[in-house]
Design a protein around this ligand. Sequence first.
Ligand code: ADP
Ligand code: MG
Length: 502
Amino acid sequence: MGQAVTEPAPQLFDGATGKWEVVIGLEVHAQVSSQSKLFSGAATEFGAEPNSQVSLVDAAMPGMLPVINAYCIEQAVRTGLGLKAAVNLRSVFDRKNYFYPDLPAGYQISQFKQPIVGEGEIFIELADGAVRRVGIERLHLEQDAGKSLHDQHPKFTYVDLNRSGVALMEIVSKPDMRSSEEAGAYVRKLRTILRYLGTCDGNMDQGSMRADVNVSVRKPGGALGTRCEIKNVNSMRFIQQAVEYEARRQIEVIEGGGTIAQETRLYDANTGVTRSMRSKEEAHDYRYFPDPDLLPLVLTQAEVDAIKATLPELPDEKRRRLENELKISPYLAKVLVAEKETADYFEVLVAEAGKRTGKKPAEMGQDSANLLVMELFGLLNKDGRTIEASPVSAAALAGLLALRLDGTISGLASKEVLAEMFATGKDAASVVDEKGLRQVSDTGEIERLVDQAIADNPKQLAQFKAGKETMLGFFVGQVMKMSQGRANPAVVNDLLRKKLAG
Ligand code: ADP
Ligand code: MG
């Protein structure tokens, strides 16, 4: 299903010759979430002792044969479907040949002309609310290489092959982005989708996701310029910084009379600059050819459909449902779907609150969202904790919500109860009892307080009688104070209106 998109508002850079527009395309490498590697049974767990997760296949011992990991294939198909992309029923694994010490086979098994997934799309939202569509060119599967360790010995470089053979999905976008903000929003959204799908954990600091950032500049509306590719950028912030630096650099080169040579560059996060790594002329001829050890990968439509049937609800759809069916405001819906953990927590919260109150999701969606985003998030942030580490579970928070919705406690008391639940891990009902926070809804008791408030404040009463309607608030305040915040405000209001009118 499509989405209403907004006209692009390109980020413009000032040059000596006028305005310039930046054009960005991203190649994201996402490590497939799987227990074992793409063509071997070795483990993939992060942080293991160097070279402790290397099979004979990963070490490229002579005569070893790759055996395809069906689960990795399933994960790639699932990702393709999540990106609304065409899944190719026939794809081919090729050898990409090059020499590097961390690549023992002398080639990487990848997909070149016939990838497993074709064109798809991602919708991104910008800070000003604009929605853009970014086309996906393709997704292909490939093996990761090992890692050279240059800091272990003063004279030697060590090689760790734990990553060798780990399955990667390379997700290639069209050159559809027009600002560093869009590039950041794209990677963030892609990461969210992968995490919803469970196909990549998205841990950029562990290298599970990294991006090659292609940047070119042009005069607004002109033909596409020559791109430079900035390799292996591993954080959202660096991606945005690299785009900005590279755009300015290219503008300066062109305006200085030079031309942009297509080349591969590196981003140095310490200095914030990109520098040349190799030019297109020195570019490798990878001599791609179909890997003779592997047959073409053939899937049936039935297999693809079976995977499709297991897809979870994705962030865009979830957000629409939260807005349309649960009547949650667009802002809160956006916050709730942005992280999978938040969305999961919220679903449990609404389900549990429904059980306790008998209310339909639409009747308490916004209240649930408010409690989670406006209150629990506040406590979590102050403590530097994530939602997974929340001392208040979704079920426990539902308990609090139920007490608030049925009038057992006031909104004010609810904040106090939540703070105590957060600090002690106790459930809502126990805290309410211990602190004596049960709201007083008994009319008789409140009536006494109302009468007393009126009797104690003849001056304010006269003002009210003289037509100063706002004095009602004063009397509500008095009664609430006398009840130590426990009087049900609705009942107080009701009684005061009657008495003051009389
Ligand atoms: P390569 O193998 O040379 O890296 P790919 O097709 O894998 O080529 O990736 C090319 C990437 O560069 C894509 O993400 C594409 O969107 C992007 N791209 C292509 N042309 C331009 C351009 N003129 N400016 C910016 N990005 C571009
Ligand atoms: Mg590429």
